[in-house]
Write a protein that binds this ligand. Structure first.
Ligand SMILES: Nc1ncnc2c1ncn2[C@@H]1O[C@H](COP(=O)(O)OP(=O)(O)O)[C@@H](O)[C@H]1O
Ligand SMILES: [Mg+2]
Length: 262
């Protein structure tokens, strides 16, 4: 299990962004972490994978565990070695390199099995095999996302953290990516799925956490969240129509609800 306990994160010594965030990602499951833009999702992932340093961010409270090992403030390379891989927001790939070169770079920690892993990624994403020697920058958005995920898989992770893999993709591709996430999970990889697309994430995850301004405001089995009226209204229904999301705090019975949650 990946366990985040009471995590507080501050940027530039003064900007408090996570205010005591706790969540668990049990082995073998897909767990989603939802929330609108700026709620702190990426920051939570950075804290887990040791990337806060690069952003002048610090963990000021709380702990992170992988299985029984504490990894709070561990070096990024150590975290990769322990089996955690992250696909960064905005599908960052090396656009001047070929597909295969991108994959090789992702496999530097698992040097012995690079060719084997490339074949595994190509089996999962046949389209990448067809583009093997193509320059990554010329791939479509969906193919670049697959390449970013494939690159993360090159380190043979036990835990895969995905930061908004559906962002900017057409509905058909979102569907394809979500099927791929299910396939990766069925091969034994535990997934923490960060999404603004609550509908997609809740359909494939077993449990969901909802973040708002640095707090987890709700968590439940995904099937329950999918049926929850507030989640429907604020993350599913309105979002589908493209209308601006409101805050849970605007819901009249928020306070009542909050009491159930605490
Ligand atoms: N490097 C940074 N320095 C200062 N503030 C940041 C930095 N990165 C993110 N933030 C702020 O932290 C908050 C949470 O951001 P983020 O974790 O990116 O949220 P999300 O991924 O949910 O959109 C936002 O208010 C954002 O402006
Ligand atoms: Mg983000």
């Amino acid at each position: 299990m990946l366990s985040v306990q009471n995590l507080e994160v501050v940027y530039q010594d003064v900007i408090l962004v996570l205010r005591g965030v706790s969540f668990d990602v049990p082995k073998g499951q897909i767990v989603s972490l939802l929330g609108s833009n700026g709620s702190g999702k990426t920051t939570a992932l950075r804290a887990i994978t040791g990337l806060l340093d690069t952003q002048n961010g610090d963990i000021t409270k709380g702990k992170i565990f992988i299985e029984d090992e504490e990894i709070t403030n561990a070096q990024p390379s150590k975290i990769v070695q322990l089996g955690i891989a992250q696909v960064l927001e905005g599908r960052r790939i090396f656009s001047e390199l070929t597909v295969r070169e991108n994959l090789r770079l992702g496999g530097f920690t698992a040097n012995d099995s690079i060719d084997e892993n490339i074949e595994r990624v190509f089996t999962l994403f046949p389209i990448l095999k067809d583009r093997d020697k193509n320059t990554a920058g010329y791939l479509s958005g969906g193919e670049q996302q697959m390449l970013a995920i494939g690159r993360a898989l090159m380190s043979n992770p036990k835990y895969l953290l995905l930061d908004e893999p559906s962002l900017g993709l057409a509905p058909k591709l979102v569907q394809q990516i979500s099927e791929l996430i299910l396939e990766i999970n069925s091969q034994g990889v535990t997934v923490l799925l960060v999404e603004q697309n609550a509908n997609m994430a809740l359909k494939i995850s077993s449990h969901g956490y909802i973040m708002e301004t640095g707090n987890i405001v709700m968590d439940n089995p995904s099937s329950k969240l999918l049926q929850d009226q507030d989640v429907q209204e604020f993350y599913l229904g309105l979002n589908a129509e493209g209308t601006e999301r409101k805050s849970f705090k605007d819901v009249k019975h928020y306070k009542r609800k909050k009491r159930w949650l605490s």
